[in-house]
Design a protein around this ligand. Structure first.
Ligand code: NAP
Length: 491
């Protein structure tokens, strides 16, 4: 199954991570023989090279998915569910090695990587359970003349595209519902973190997945490779997680083939602390919402709005916590915040911080990139951030917390909703009714009410506005990969 190559890092070799394309049940090199380097963002060390697919490999992957589609759609839900449950168990058993792999190629701390593996594996279990519970409907038309029968059928060949920030969870959050629904798939993971996706594919293979049901294409040329797959008439679905910018582009491409699209895009989460909030709980939630994955999460708290009565106390608490965060390579057991994914990410975060400071903000802790090696940026708290600073309007994707004070609750919703994004918001208050009332006015698909973490495989994850279309997780995530078919009849 595994094809090793000379450039493998010893740890990656010890884990027997595949490094070739998975097409039609065979691990094989790219047609051109080209390779793509994967490196550790903490040190720059090359961990492995993986096959670098081009459009002809992409076409072969769609061929394989299309060939496997009829049998997989006809496979009993229970058999599909048993397979997903075996994949869940295997992922669980391999938690430590998968966490190390994630930490190596993505840079996140081992603690974050372990949480990710647990979260990622849960999608296999949740959809194993969900896939056998799918129900249709039988009803009578309002006129009484006809019966309306509704059943759900797999949408068909699905192209799954994932980002580097949660290389395991973003893959399983798509693969599990697609497979449970009876769809065959081609997964294109991010170029920075293909090893985790390949390791997850190997687990599914070990769990007994038939050839062609999941194909994996790694590439350094995502535009033409994905374009080929989306243009193929047999492809019926695009499930994308990544930036709003690339999402917009792919929606345009998908329009030509009128594909069903599920889009999980960028965020700009507000974190609101009202005057009556439990400050310790708010600070604890703030650290989770800001620092999970070193701030490189679509759900990361991006803008802190803190009531004037508690502003200084909140800032003091946040600064103390951020200053105490241990920054270092993810695989070091005691590091709590790893590097950013690449040099460009550091430049982008630094640019946002510089812009805020030029407009009058102050860095109370952090505020400039660490010296190399590795792509490190220190935990940073900015205060007195003016409302026109770019950092309040663009996704930071780094360990920087810009804090803005506010006085009137009436102004809050306008502040919070002043963004084209609408993924998640966080709100801390001791008054549940007040929290629920405000939550109703917040334009986001998810709200953490006195919680700094919302992700749960059983909950519908997704955004409004330019944060996306559709939901992942929960029953809604399964419905994304299904088409309702209605039969009109009478008896
Ligand atoms: P990205 O640059 O948009 O890339 C996402 C995926 O799209 C990668 O696999 C990438 O491949 C591919 N891609 C890039 N350009 C493409 C093109 N022209 N055609 C087809 N595919 C293309 O995003 P990212 O930097 O990996 O991830 C960070 C973003 O993802 C953030 O905005 C974050 O908020 C968002 N995100 C959203 C969610 C959510 O659930 N809403 C979850 C996680 C992350 P390459 O790696 O080769 O560029």
């Amino acid at each position: 199954m595994t094809v090793l190559d000379a450039a493998l890092h010893p740890i990656v070799e010890a884990m027997s991570v595949p490094t070739e394309l998975l097409v039609g049940g065979a691990w094989r090199p790219a047609g051109t023989g080209r390779r793509l380097e994967v490196s550790d963002p903490a040190t720059g060390t090359v961990l492995a090279t993986v096959a670098d697919a081009d459009s002809s490999d992409a076409a072969a992957a769609v061929d394989a998915a299309a060939a496997a589609a009829p049998d997989w759609a006809a496979t009993a839900p229970r058999i599909r569910a048993d397979l997903l449950m075996r994949a869940f168990a295997l992922m669980h058993d391999r938690r430590e090695e998968l966490a190390l792999l994630i930490s190596l190629e993505n840079g996140k701390s081992l603690a974050d990587a372990r949480s990710e593996v647990t979260y990622a594996a849960e999608f296999f279990r949740w959809y194993a359970e969900e896939g056998v519970r799918l129900r249709g409907q039988v009803g009578m038309s309002p006129s009484g003349a006809n019966r309306l029968l509704v059943s759900y059928q797999p949408v068909g060949v699905s192209v799954l595209i994932t980002p580097w920030n949660f290389p395991a969870a973003m893959a399983t959050r798509k693969i599990a519902p697609a497979l449970a629904a009876g769809c065959t798939t081609v997964l294109k993971p991010a170029a920075e973190t293909p090893l985790t996706a390949l390791a997850v594919a190997a687990i599914l293979e070990e769990a007994g997945l038939p050839a062609g049901v999941l194909n994996v294409v790694t590439t350094s040329t995502p535009g033409p490779v994905v374009g080929t797959m989306l243009a193929d008439r047999r492809t019926r679905m695009l499930s994308f997680t990544g930036s709003t910018e690339v999402g917009r582009l792919l929606l345009r491409t998908a329009a030509d083939n009128v594909l069903k699209c599920a889009m999980e895009l960028g965020g700009n989460a507000p974190f609101v602390v009202l005057a009556d909030a439990d400050l310790e709980a708010a600070l604890e939630g703030a650290m989770i919402a800001k620092m999970r994955n070193g701030g490189q999460a679509c759900t990361a708290a991006n803008r802190f709005f803190v009531h004037a009565d508690v502003h200084d106390a909140f800032v003091d608490g946040l600064v103390a916590r951020m200053a105490a965060v241990k920054v270092g390579p993810g695989p070091d057991e005691d590091s709590q915040c790893g590097p950013l994914i690449n040099a460009e990410a550091v430049r982008k975060v630094d640019g946002l911080v510089r812009d805020a400071i030029e407009r009058g903000a102050r860095a109370v802790v952090g505020g400039s990139p660490a010296d190399g090696p590795g792509h490190f940026y220190p935990p940073t708290v900015l205060v007195d951030v003016p409302l026109d600073a770019r950092i309040l309007h663009e996704e930071v994707f780094g360990p920087v917390a810009p804090v803005v004070g506010f006085e009137r609750e009436e102004d809050l919703l306008a502040l919070v909703n002043d963004t084209e994004f609408g993924l998640v918001s966080y709100l801390y208050t001791a008054d549940l009714a007040r929290g629920l009332r405000l939550a109703e006015g917040i334009e986001s698909g998810m709200v953490g009410l006195n919680r700094g973490l919302v992700s749960d495989p059983a909950a519908p994850f997704g955004g409004t506005k330019q944060s996306g279309l559709g939901r992942e997780g929960s029953t809604e995530g399964l419905l994304e990969f299904l088409e309702a078919q209605y039969v009109a009849t009478s008896w």
